[in-house]
Design a protein around this ligand. Sequence first.
Ligand SMILES: [Zn+2]
Ligand SMILES: [Zn+2]
Length: 374
Amino acid sequence: MSQDRLRPRIFSFLYLCTFLKMALLHNRINNEELKQQMLAETEPRTTLSFYKYFHIADPLQFRNDLYKKFSAIKVFGRIYIAAEGINGQMSVPTHHFETFKEALYGAAPELNGIRLNIAVDDNGKSFWVLRMKVRPKIVADGIDDPTFDPAKTGTYLKADAYNQLADKPDTIIVDMRNHYEYEVGHFEKAIEVPSDTFRDQLPMAVEMLAEHRDKNIIMYCTGGIRCEKASAYMLHNGFKNVFHVEGGIIEYTRRAKEQGLPVKFIGKNFVFDERLGERITEDVIAQCHICGKPCDTHTNCANQGCHLLFIQCSDCAQTYEGCCSKECRDIIHLPEEEQALIRAGKDKGRMIFNKSKSHPLRPRLKRQEETKPE
Ligand SMILES: [Zn+2]
Ligand SMILES: [Zn+2]
């Protein structure tokens, strides 16, 4: 056979190989079917999350090897892999838990023995497919400095060590979450870094703390993944004594309660599930964004075209029918077709309030930010 005739055959053979490989390494059944399969399962599952910053030389190869091991024991969930590390949330058939742990711990020396955050009040039904993606970063940070090593993190603080260090007068506590999270609950004396995105917060934190390079700086976030990277960034920028709360607020509270230590977190820990926050102490430190009454209940505006995340007391929820404003309340009383037109219309920029700076609540939110106590 001449070379010219052979070439297309080689290509189609290679294509077939790639396709078969893809089929083995990715899911090929449709989503709804997979969800039904999972719901029909009777074997108990354990829901957990983990992350680790460490250098992965070949993220795709690493991903493919781990995918084979996890899919063989029917692990479901979402895992991100990048050159800087791994971050996963998943559900594991409980009787395969040991096999899962061996596979994960054995995947790299850095992963051996890493902390697995086991969800306590979870039915194990949150995932029905295994998605493992290679990404540029496990937490987007906007940093393109090749000398920055997110694996060189600050010192971990467990609950007891946190309480001791937090009490010292030369300690600065920095909240690395978003404003709406800080607003309903935070560690005593914690300052926030007022930006909407983590990537802006990093340089901002360096600038804000520039005068305090020799102080003890404790960073924290919800589950530890953001503050851990932030601690590495502070060290990278010449800060000396940088600490971060191991496993974030979630792990801190669990340990403090378990060990009978004083809990230095006040208010609610904001989490993205239907509760929109888990109460840690009885203190209500936020106010209703409409009337200003003490309240820390987050809600999403009932107008689908708005969906603004905001704090609303039960009285205002009734008056505004779950909407953030009279305008949104008027909209939800329009026929659905008309609402759809508004959502799709040229007014989009103004109507999608959560993405707009011109929201009627914004001035109020801003005022609160300005008058908020230290
Ligand atoms: Zn109110
Ligand atoms: Zn609204």
